[in-house]
Design a protein around this ligand. Structure first.
Ligand code: GLP
Length: 237
C-alpha cells in the first residue's frame, strides 16, 4: 500500500494509528523500531496516546534495527539512549523487553549471532518501522553487492556519516565509523513493514526504492518483494 500526505504530522499520525491498532489487537505484539529523525513524530504520538490510556505497551516487546559501535553507554546518540529518551522512558513498556544490539560487545560476531537468535525467537516483528537513508539504506544496510541476510557488523558510508553528523555537533570526526545492523533477512521476516520518508531530499530515493529496480545498490528496494509493506511519504518535513 502507498499513501502520500501533505505534512509530516499527518503521516506520523497515520503510522501511529497502524501501530496502535496492532498493539490493541495483540497486547504481546513485537514492534520493530527504528532511529533517525523520521520516526520521531510517530513516537511522539505513541507517547501521547499511551498517556491518554488509548494504548498499553506493558506486554509489548521491541527489536531495534541497529546500533553504533564504540559509543559509550552514556552517549546521548547511542541508539539505546535515543530509544530510551525518545520513546521507552515515556511509555509503559517493560524496558527488559526492549532489544537493541550491543555496540560495545567484546565479540561482535557473537553479538550478531545473539541478535539474530532474538529476532528468530520472536518469529520476526509484527510491525517493523523503517526510515530510509539518502543512499537507500534501511537499518544500516548500506549499498553493496548483496542483500545480507543476518545481523552484521558494517562500515558506514561517507554519505551516511555526513548525513548523521547533524546529531554529533555537525562534526564528522565524532560520528562512529561502524555499526551493527539487523540484516535484510531479519527486516523481511517482519509480518508488516511501515516505511516512512518526508520532504524533497528523500523523494527520489523513496521512489527508487518503491518502484525502481530491485538492487542491493538500493537496499530498501528489496521491500518490493514483501507481501505487506505500507509506503508512507509526506511532501513537507
Ligand atoms: C540512520 C538510521 C536509519 C534511518 C536513516 C534515516 O542512519 N540507521 O535507520 O532510517 O539513517 O535517518 P533520518 O530519518 O534521520 O533521515
Amino acid at each position: 500500500m502507498y499513501r502520500k500526505f501533505n505534512t509530516y504530522t499527518e503521516m506520523s499520525e497515520y503510522a501511529a494509528k497502524l501501530v496502535i491498532e496492532q498493539v490493541n489487537n495483540n497486547s504481546q505484539s513485537v514492534l520493530g523500531l527504528a532511529t533517525g529523525s523520521t520516526p520521531l513524530g510517530l513516537y511522539q504520538k505513541l507517547i501521547e496516546e499511551n498517556r491518554n490510556g488509548k494504548v498499553d505497551f506493558s506486554k509489548v516487546s521491541s527489536i531495534n534495527l541497529d546500533e553504533y559501535c564504540g559509543l559509550e553507554k552514556t552517549h546521548s546518540q547511542s541508539y539505546r539512549n535515543f530509544m530510551n529518551n525518545n520513546l521507552f522512558d515515556h511509555i509503559n513498556i517493560d524496558i527488559r523487553k526492549t532489544n537493541v544490539p550491543n555496540g560495545l560487545a567484546e565479540d561482535i560476531d557473537e553479538e550478531c549471532k545473539r541478535y539474530d537468535k532474538v529476532i528468530e525467537d520472536f518469529g520476526g516483528a509484527d510491525i517493523q518501522i523503517l526510515g530510509i537513508g539518502l543512499d537507500g539504506h534501511i537499518g544500516f544496510n548500506e549499498p553493496c553487492e548483496e542483500f545480507k541476510k543476518g545481523t552484521s557488523y558494517i562500515k558506514l558510508d561517507e554519505s551516511t556519516i555526513e548525513a548523521n553528523a547533524r546529531f554529533f555537533d555537525n562534526d564528522i570526526s565524532k560520528v562512529p565509523t561502524h555499526a551493527i545492523t539487523m540484516g535484510i533477512g531479519g527486516i523481511m521476516s517482519a509480518k508488516k513493514i511501515i516505511i516512512m520518508a518526508s520532504g524533497d531530499k528523500k523523494r527520489d530515493i523513496f521512489e527508487k526504492a518503491r518502484i525502481g529496480k530491485i538492487t542491493p545498490q538500493v537496499q530498501a528496494s528489496i521491500l518490493q518483494f514483501h507481501k505487506d509493506v505500507v509506503w508512507l511519504f509526506a511532501e513537507k518535513n
